[in-house]
Design a protein. Structure first.
Length: 320
């Protein structure tokens, strides 16, 4: 067993009351992979009060490479792995690192290799040959250094996840545009775009967005008429909606913003077609603006605006 001096892991100012974490905030998930129970214990004590960007930490534990693979196969939102090199074999940790990147295909999780026997895995060769984000000897991981590694890893993980989500959102916008332009009725158009906007928000926000119900409507002879709806609003198709909403949609449009979130539970996506033509999609649920990339949603709405205008022109042409 590797000897770790408690004085290296804890300083006097870190011994005290535990911080009470807000259980409603989604935590940073740390997987500790080590065959020594003491390593799990001291790591959890040292990082018990860790917070980054107002999010606490959640610990997961594995005591072998096999256990690590099992957990990582099921849990795809782990931000960081503290990975021991020597466990059931001298290179068990390296095998897990290679498996994470090459077989599991997870390039988001940050991997910090930890070893109590540095000679078994030379640092330069590890960093060069494996997709490892940091390499630490267990003896050098003081409480402060653990905190620093956690902050740097969480920030890096967060940035990579955001980039990948944006890439996926852009791909979805491009693919959904083709579907939108194939629709030739207001009703089908509204139903399709309502579902696509919901999917786009889900993709961006993950657990920060929970849809309950929604509707799509357009302005027709000074009234806002529902074209498509889900749950409660499915029964409102073809009717005026402002009385139900208890809000003036024209006032929302006059504010000049494409996206408006009211009371953290209603999102209004405003589409100006040109002239007096207007449409709106309303989604209800828990919605956090902090997790929405406005520029991507606006790009999606611009595509909707063009498609909507095409449907209007097609309708006019058929009437002539």
């Amino acid at each position: 067993m590797t000897d770790i001096d408690d004085d290296m892991l804890f300083s006097e100012d870190e011994e005290g009351e535990d911080i009470t974490h807000d259980n409603s905030v989604y935590p940073w998930r740390l997987l500790i992979v080590d065959d020594e129970q003491d390593i799990h214990t001291v790591t959890k004590i040292a990082l018990n009060n860790f917070e980054f960007e107002n999010r606490p930490i959640e610990f997961l534990s594995a005591y072998s490479g096999a256990e690590a693979r099992e957990i990582l196969s099921k849990e795809m939102d782990i931000a960081l792995v503290f990975l021991d090199v020597v466990m059931e074999s001298k290179h068990a940790g390296l095998d897990v690192a290679k498996w994470i990147r090459e077989e599991l295909g997870n390039h988001e999780v940050r991997i910090v290799l930890r070893t109590g026997q540095p000679g078994e895995a030379p640092e330069r060769a590890i960093i060069t040959d494996y997709d490892i984000n940091d390499y630490k000897e267990k003896s050098e991981l003081t409480s402060q250094k653990l905190y620093t590694v956690m902050c740097a890893s969480c920030r890096s993980y967060q940035d990579i996840v955001a980039l990948n989500k944006n890439r996926a959102c852009l791909r979805m916008i491009i693919e959904s545009s083709a579907d939108i332009f194939r629709m030739h009725s207001f009703e089908k158009f509204a139903e399709g775009t309502l579902g696509q906007l919901s999917s786009l928000l889900n993709l961006q926000s993950g657990s920060a967005y929970i849809l309950k119900q929604g509707l799509a409507a357009h302005k027709e002879q000074d009234k806002w008429i529902v074209l498509a709806g889900t749950e409660h609003y499915a029964q409102k198709v073809g009717t005026s909606i402002e009385a139900d909403l208890k809000i003036n949609l024209d006032t929302i449009f006059s504010e000049g913003k494409s996206i408006n979130v009211i009371d953290d539970n209603r999102l209004f996506a405003c589409v100006n077609i040109g002239g007096e033509q207007k449409a709106v999609m309303i989604l209800e649920g828990y919605i956090s603006m902090d997790n929405i990339d406005i520029s991507l949603v606006e790009l999606f709405l611009r595509n909707i605006s063009i498609a909507y205008e095409n449907i209007v022109l097609l309708k006019i042409t058929r009437m002539e």
